[in-house]
Write a protein that binds this ligand. Sequence first.
Ligand code: IPM
Ligand code: MG
Length: 371
Amino acid sequence: MHYSLVLLPGDGIGPEVVREAELTLAALAPVFRFSLTFETHLMGGCAIDATGQPLPAATLAACRSADAVLLGAVGGPKWSDPAAKVRPEQGLLALRKELGLYANLRPVKIFPQLINASSLKPETLAGVDMLVVRELTGGAYFGPQKEGDDEAYDTMLYTRGEIERVVRVAARAAQTRRGHLTSVDKANVLASSRLWRKTTAQIMAAEFPDVTLEHQLVDAMAMHLIRRPAGFDVIVSENLFGDILTDEAAMLAGSMGMLPSASLGDGANGVYEPIHGSAPDIAGQGIANPLATILSAAMMLRHSLGQEAAAQAIETAVEMALAAGYRTPDLAGVAAPDQATEVVGTAAMGAVVRENLRIISNSKQADIASD
Ligand code: IPM
Ligand code: MG
């Protein structure tokens, strides 16, 4: 099989972390007998500097025809003047909308070696393994908007069809996991949330009787996420609530530097990105954690390229790196009580993951030979 991928390194630490994921994918391809081509394009602040547009037409066209897109991060102080007409984030939102990527998958799993990284107690975190499915192309991000000097508004608008399709994605995921879905809304106040709740209940009863459905109000959900995070399997929510809850959920894992994401539509094409931002304060220093981007590449192999074994190999290689004590500075000193750790930079962490992949593939070949 051959796949053509588009890389959108973006701004800040984006290029550093995307580079490690690219090298990792390139190292993996021959082992799993597929080939890859990479095309790099501009998006975000760097695209504004070069073309005046956060999502240049050439970038969008390349993303449309690619098998999948790997994104670093966009934004930074240079482009964050609130009065600016164009902002890097507009590029990301336009890309999601143009590609029809309405379902954003954000898995939150605690690596046992990092259980001490969170500000929550280890006993609260035991067994945390959830998938947040955030609606990505509707709600207040895309509804009618006015930005006046004396009056401004954003509109949280949802149609039944927009709710149905993302709930189906979440429910199908629940069927392959522990069969439990929590739908988050604010139905006691918002009309769009009442439609959300009604539609979700109907779809689940009609199409997914095997999945248990629970409704939570978003404010209560913010509390439950830190009080009993292990009690959730799949969570589905509208765009803005999902944005907020996933930053909160990321803290269960201790570092934003560990969490990958996938943005999917109806086709196989998707955009894969770490959930962290461009971290301008550490950009260019070679110390950013590349694991969230490397794990995003694993999600890409799984969801867009149908290469499940390769995806699992990456995930195992990351676990091996953590188990061996390698830590980027965001996780320095985070270890089990008697575990020795070594602080490494972005490139060294990537190299450790690739060395582990080599070990995994050698043992895979030994297995094949002994069969
Ligand atoms: C995210 C980010 C984006 C969002 C920003 C950068 C526009 O916070 O992907 O969660 O709000 O969706
Ligand atoms: Mg966010």
